[in-house]
Ligand binder design. Structure first.
Ligand SMILES: [Mg+2]
Length: 233
């Protein structure tokens, strides 16, 4: 007999500020580390907000600022040194992985996903074996090449940041045949608002956005990711 006691079948996480600690946005953390041109950064962020440029163009522009500041693969990796897993993140992910395996053995499904505008180098820094946990990872990927593999060559940018995070959740839920009412989203900031609005259960964790805190079903104040478990199991 399948065990149908799982209330939620898709658990989606934001990364920066949610699973990854010691950054609010990795893009900002890298700009600070490289001292990239503040005026240009601000200008391009405004262009994006005002829809004058696409997300991809904004990302490409930020890469150009890092190149101007002399960024290489090594220096970019070094700039992620201070990033840490959120307190309680590993215990939480191990628990969810255990539940996922149990669900599978019972003929049920539980899927884990990341929907984030963060960068692969940040995720790989804090959780190199992230593929052991997550079925889907929607994130930006930096591309390095050149003779020594050090040159910042480009980016495979995500189509699913800001309001489009909601599209990623819909896409996974449709593919896996999971109603949105059985989907959870956990995030911390303004770019999580749209996806939080459509998830069956939205959790604002380590929250820096007044609006997200207002619309989320649950707001967790304690900075320990294990706090989410009692709401989703
Ligand atoms: Mg975040």
């Amino acid at each position: 007999m399948p065990n149908n006691n799982l209330k939620y079948k898709l658990i989606c996480f934001d990364l920066d500020g949610t699973i990854i600690d010691e950054t609010i946005f990795i893009w900002q953390t890298l700009h600070d580390a490289f001292g990239s041109d503040k005026k240009k950064r601000k200008q391009y962020a405004e262009y994006f907000v005002n829809k004058k440029i696409t997300y991809r163009q904004w990302a490409e522009h930020d890469l150009e600022l890092w190149r101007e500041a002399g960024a290489t693969k090594t220096s970019m990796m070094n700039a992620t040194d201070k990033l840490r897993l959120m307190p309680g993140a590993l215990e939480t992910l191990n628990k969810l992985k255990e539940l996922k395996e149990k669900a599978k053995a019972d003929g049920n499904c539980l899927k884990l996903a990341i929907i984030s505008g963060s960068l692969n180098i940040a995720l790989e820094r804090v959780l190199p074996n992230y593929k052991d946990y997550f079925d889907d990872v929607y994130i930006n990927h930096l591309i390095f090449d050149g003779k020594d593999g050090e040159k910042l060559a480009g980016i495979r940018s995500t189509a699913f940041d800001f309001e489009n995070k909601a599209d990623a959740l819909r896409e996974i839920a449709n593919r896996e045949n999971i109603p949105l009412s059985e989907c959870v989203f956990i995030g911390d900031h303004d770019n999580d608002i749209h996806v939080a609005e459509i998830a069956g259960l939205s959790i604002a964790f380590n929250c820096k956005s007044e609006r997200l805190a207002q619309i989320a079903d649950i707001v967790i104040e304690k900075k320990d990711l294990r706090e989410i478990l009692k709401y989703i199991i």
